[in-house]
Write a protein that binds this ligand. Structure first.
Ligand SMILES: C[S@@+](CC[C@H](N)C(=O)[O-])C[C@H]1O[C@@H](n2cnc3c(N)ncnc32)[C@H](O)[C@@H]1O
Length: 506
């Protein structure tokens, strides 16, 4: 049902971005870890509520052509922008509709994954209630719903900043004037509180972050009529009333209070046997500001503790680097996200080395163990105890954010192959100067040179053919960039960089 309502998002469109943490294969892996039977991303029905222009769905649709993706948003302008892109980028498995969340009924269909990112805190109570109702009525029995929202206590300080901005900008009508006024008060507060110790310290860190935000973000997140943060426990009461239960947070590394001293971690764990209460205490200690909560039907039986057995069937990857071996044989690894892990047993160390060499593609857990044992020339993998140690450490590495899990095999290539190929979507976005989305549903910043290269990667050209084409079309490149195309070796390096950024297809 098309809505005639116009929204502030028509006036100031939101810069719709892909969000890797909403990837169905990532959500599905978490559900599988909890013993559920979720749908693989390769053949899933996905619904996004409040999709803006739909950029969170396009990369997924390009990677999984057998799946279908539906996005709805109230803003006509944003939906039209998205449809214009769809018409150019050949994504028949995406449907975008201008309609209100309030108008989604049971007849809209059943979905394996429902994504609602950056909406819940910014819509009035009846829409919030309806979002939860949709997650109950339109979610398949083993489906997973993702809802993100602003949280207390983190938003307490931000609320003061928001109120100052609203107060100072209230006499203006135009969004650009409102943003200018809001920025002016931020500048004043920053300098006026400089000499104030505690109050000033508290504000400075926040103000610095807020001042760096672009106008479209400031306008919708801080100057919006509604911005309702929730304590996690309050949000879960609302979810419970709608017949939904907590599965996990989509940011798995944030589950455990790993930044606290071990004794503090133990004491936090003893505070409550209830996961929701424990996580609420951790939010208090962390001053958490935002959550990405995964919900499932109340009827799903969930274990109280995670086991590592499910890892064998899941797919693992890790952007890791070995830091070296200590004299007592321990091997340390770090990840691109800054995480660190030290492992003692050779089988586990080898699995992490293998993942590092095969980023971003990785291995299925079972295969990883076999290949690791094979390269060690041992029969360690058939030894149940060694297998257990390795799987437990890999689970620890996942919980620490060093290893990624997915329900599906990775659609990425880790090596460039004879005729490298990127998705048709990436080729279109690169050729048209738009933000490019990779196969992990992340936005990737590219140089003009990389854009030219991606636009040619349709899977029919060898490296030498690509080189010839680029050498004849490098007129638009800066001299330093054209140097990169002097030899096949240079071009191969560029392609390897694209593979590392998950832009090449398997
Ligand atoms: C903060 S933006 C987030 C957009 C997108 N999910 C993202 O994270 O980039 C909020 C979106 O919710 C949409 N919206 C607000 N109320 C809505 C409603 N009742 N039904 C559908 N969409 C709505 C707005 O038009 C806007 O695109």
């Amino acid at each position: 049902m098309a809505s005639e309502v116009t929204t502030t998002y028509d006036e100031v469109p939101y810069d719709s971005q892909p969000v890797a943490r909403t990837h169905p294969s990532h959500l599905g892996a978490i559900a599988r870890l909890f013993g559920m039977d979720p749908k693989p991303a390769q053949r899933a029905q996905v619904l996004e509520l409040g999709c803006a222009s739909g950029h969170n769905l396009f990369g997924l649709a390009a990677a999984y052509p057998q799946s279908s993706f539906v996005g709805i948003d109230l803003s006509r302008v944003q939906i039209e922008q998205g449809k214009a892109l769809l018409a150019q980028a050949n994504l028949p498995n995406v449907r975008l509709e201008q309609m209100s969340i309030l108008d989604v009924g049971q007849e809209f269909g059943t979905f394996d994954y429902i994504i609602c990112h950056g909406i819940f805190s910014w819509v009035p109570e009846p829409v919030r209630r309806k979002i939860l109702e949709i997650c109950r009525s339109n979610l398949s029995p083993q489906g997973v719903a993702y809802i993100s929202y602003n949280t207390y206590p983190g938003w307490r300080v931000r609320e003061t900043i928001r109120q100052m901005m609203l107060y100072h900008a209230e006499r203006h009508e135009r969004p650009s004037d409102k943003c200018r006024a809001a920025r002016a008060i931020l500048t004043l507060v920053a300098s006026a509180t400089e000499s104030l110790k505690t109050y000033g310290d508290l504000f400075r860190a926040e103000l610095e972050q807020v001042r760096r935000m672009p106008d479209w973000y400031l306008f919708h997140d801080f100057l919006s009529e509604v911005n309702q943060p929730f304590y996690f426990s309050e949000f879960m009461q609302l979810a419970d009333a709608a017949g939904l239960q907590y599965l996990c947070d989509s940011e798995v590394p944030k589950l455990l209070p790993q930044e606290f001293r071990p004794e503090a971690q133990r004491r936090i764990a003893r505070l409550s046997s209830d996961r929701i209460r424990t996580e609420q205490y951790v939010d208090f200690l962390r001053n958490r500001m935002f959550r990405r909560t995964l919900l499932v039907h109340r009827e799903v039986a969930l274990p109280s503790q995670l086991g590592s057995g499910a890892l064998e069937g899941l797919f693992m990857s890790g952007s890791l680097r070995a830091l070296g071996t200590t004299p007592n044989g321990e091997v340390a690894f770090c990840s691109r996200g800054g995480g660190r892990i030290v492992v003692r047993d050779p089988l586990t160390a080898r699995t992490l080395e293998l993942l590092a060499a095969r980023w971003p593609t990785g291995y299925q857990g079972r295969e990883l163990l076999e290949v690791a044992a094979g390269t060690l020339g041992s029969d360690a993998v058939v030894d149940g105890a060694a297998r257990q140690v390795t799987l437990s450490t890999l689970l620890r590495a996942y919980l620490a954010g060093l290893v990624e899990l997915s329900l599906d095999p990775s659609p990425t290539a880790f090596a460039i192959g004879t005729t490298p190929r990127s998705t048709e979507l990436a080729r279109y976005l690169a050729a048209n100067g738009k933000a490019v989305i990779n196969l992990l549903n992340e936005p990737v910043e590219l140089t003009p040179l990389e854009r030219q290269l991606i636009a040619l990667l349709d899977g029919t050209r060898s490296v030498s053919e690509l080189l010839q084409l680029l050498q004849h079309s490098d007129a638009s490149l800066a001299p330093s960039e054209s140097i990169a195309f002097r030899s096949e070796l240079d071009l191969t390096r560029q392609l390897e960089r694209l593979a590392e950024h998950a832009l090449l297809m398997a």
